[in-house]
Write a protein that binds this ligand. Structure first.
Ligand code: F6R
Length: 603
């Protein structure tokens, strides 16, 4: 997602901002920009594409002496990746960069246009700068105008704003999107949306909390929350870049599991409000004349697709089939134009998925890509795209990408249900309530992680793992088993719980480890009796459930049990942590498991 940097001091500001943005490149972006103010002169530059384009545009520009600057890498959410839509956004005498989404931007924009403001971009961000300038007309103090501005904004944001009306100052605010302020003993002040750009520049940092805002200038930093001034809490900053990139976690995979709360929140932003699902990137006609959905993907993305198939049929009442792309390619599939062809891919470059998409396009089908990488081959080819907003995933074993794929698919099911009127408003409202709870549900709790760490030592051997589940918990069982085998190199299978007695139960003995996904909201009694059958044959059972299960050898109690998808997401995190802790105990390189590549661009 987007990245923010800012600076107050005497260094050459352009280079410093560009270097800072470079550190944030790993988050993914499609355009970038900077604005620099010295005295009351502001210069700004924007470029589409990679940072080298921005560097090229600014090559003849340099600063000398004191100034302030802000910079941004943008990953398009509202409006296409164009120069006009790139940040900083400008008013008449002020510039703003912003991460997150302003949910009430449409109504604010309408009011501003009615009062004579001219908008040049399609973004939600532009309202911030115009609103600030409008507020400033009715107030002598820029801080008062800034405070009033952020009070009006709904949604999530990290904001930096500079204005000629306060030439040595950066105004800042944080709600829902990270923002950090760095300082050092030379009196310089830095801003960034994650700590990588601050390392080797700042020695201490202030991690802003939600609801905090203020301003910084030569004199220092003034911090506020709820209109009350606060003392900023400074903590020392690490000097180890690799450590910082991993955010202090042992592996990128661990960091990415912990990031799920934030990225799932990003995935929902602007898409679920006022009792409805919105996808700016779709048109309702996408579903016109469609009688079937066919999903095609590989690996983890395939599991996300399988999960959604239950929901498409149950809620949107539309036939849905899911195929492994490498199989689909050669089966001479029958494709009819009343089918919406959906591909799911984290990388957007998976050769088999890409080829399946080509075949669907050739057959004249409407196509939709659910993808994490903008401008990837799959995105460029598909008729429609929904970006999953997971940010760059470095761990080879996919975690946060899966979480965001399932989230997008769940919202897509509701979007189609809305259009096809297959669910009541009340049911959709309940689903939306559940969706909004997911960022909290997937937040890793220390106690849970500790417990899984302890349990993991009992699962380092044995002749195999069976992950079992029913309904949407069957694809989750497949995904849990895939995670384990990828990084621990132990044999694991995902199986529909009801199918065990049709063969695999022959393997059951005390060395067969069964990871039983036992949600309360989905066929609890059925899966319970499946697990009892395994226990009767002496299989070792690790049960994951909100309901105590006395036959379990080990038990992880889940917290939530009022919605199947909430149980799904909670159990997803548990299976990810379990695989990771087992692999760490076995001494494996969790981020780069043997024989695997992050992007599979060959058949
Ligand atoms: C598993 C994993 C792979 C990918 C698969 C498809 O952790 O990462 O199974 O899911 O290679 O990749 P994408 O989603 O990039 O098409």
């Amino acid at each position: 997602m987007c990245g923010i940097v800012g600076y107050i001091g005497n260094r050459e500001i352009k280079s410093l901002l560009l270097e800072g943005l470079k550190e944030l490149e790993y988050r993914g972006y499609d355009s970038a920009g900077i604005a620099i103010m010295q005295k009351d002169d502001i210069r700004y530059f924007k470029a589409v594409g990679k940072l080298k384009n921005l560097a090229e545009k600014t090559k003849d520009f340099k600063t000398e002496g004191f100034g302030v600057g802000i910079g941004h890498t943008r990953w398009a959410t509202h409006g296409k990746p164009t120069e006009l839509n790139a940040h900083p956004h400008l008013g008449e005498f002020s510039y703003v960069v912003h991460n997150g989404i302003i949910e009430n931007y449409q109504e604010l924009k309408k009011e501003l246009i009615e009062s004579g403001v001219n908008f040049v971009s399609q973004t939600d961000t532009e309202v911030i700068v115009h609103l600030f300038e409008k507020n400033l007309k009715n107030s002598k103090d820029p801080m008062e105008a800034f405070e009033k501005t952020i009070e009006t904004l709904k949604g999530a944001y990290a904001i930096l704003l500079i204005t000629k009306s306060a030439p040595d100052t950066i105004f800042f605010a944080r709600k829902g999107s990270p923002l950090i302020i760095g300082t050092n003993d030379k009196g310089e002040i830095f801003f960034a949306s994650s700590d990588a750009p601050l390392i080797s520049n700042a020695t201490e940092v202030i991690y802003l909390e939600d609801g905090e805002y203020g301003y910084a200038n030569k004199e220092g930093i003034k911090l506020f929350a709820n209109k009350e001034e606060k003392e900023p809490v400074k903590v020392p900053l690490t000097t180890d870049k690799q450590y910082a990139q991993k955010g202090g976690f042992r592996f990128f995979m661990e960091k990415e599991i912990y990031e799920q709360s934030e990225v799932v929140g990003d995935t929902i932003l602007g898409r679920a409000s006022n009792g409805k699902i919105y996808f700016e990137e779709l048109k309702e006609e996408i579903i016109e004349g469609i009688n079937e959905i066919k999903i095609c993907a590989c690996g983890t993305s395939y599991h996300a697709g399988l999960t959604s198939a239950y929901l498409f049929e149950r809620m949107a009442k539309i036939r849905c089939s899911v195929e492994i792309a490498s199989e689909f390619r050669y089966k001479e599939p029958l494709l009819t134009k009343d089918t919406l062809f959906v591909v799911i891919s984290q990388s957007g470059e998976t050769a088999d998925t890409l080829e399946a998409l080509r075949m669907a396009k050739k057959a004249g089908l409407k196509t939709l890509a659910i993808c994490n990488v903008d401008n990837s081959s799959i995105v460029r080819l598909a008729d429609y795209t929904i970006l999953t907003r997971a940010g760059i995933e470095k761990g080879v074993a996919s975690t946060k990408a899966f979480a965001t794929q399932v989230m997008v698919l769940w919202m897509l099911v509701l979007y189609f249900s809305q259009i096809r009127k297959t669910l009541s408003d009340e049911t959709i409202a309940n689903e939306l309530k559940a969706i909004r709870r997911i960022p909290k549900v997937v937040k890793v709790k220390d106690k849970l992680h500790e417990k899984i760490k302890r349990l993991s030592k009992r699962y380092l051997h044995g002749h195999g793992f069976f992950y079992i589940g029913r309904d949407i918990f069957f694809p989750l069982a497949l995904e849990g088993a895939l995670k384990l085998k990828e990084i621990s190199y132990l044999h694991a299978e995902g199986y529909p719980a009801g199918e065990m007695k049709h063969g695999p139960i022959a393997l059951a003995d005390s060395e067969l480890f069964t990871i039983a996904l036992m949600p309360k909201t989905v066929h609890y009694d059925k899966i319970k009796s499946n697990v009892e059958e395994l226990s009767a044959r002496d299989a070792t059972i690790l049960a994951i459930s909100p309901v105590e299960f006395e036959l379990a050898d080990d038990f992880i109690k889940t917290e939530y049990f009022d919605h199947p998808m909430i149980e799904f997401f909670e159990m997803m995190v548990i299976t990810q942590l379990l695989a990771m802790e087992i692999a760490i105990r076995l001494g494996n390189d969790v981020d780069m498991p043997r024989n695997l590549a992050k992007s599979v661009t060959v058949e």
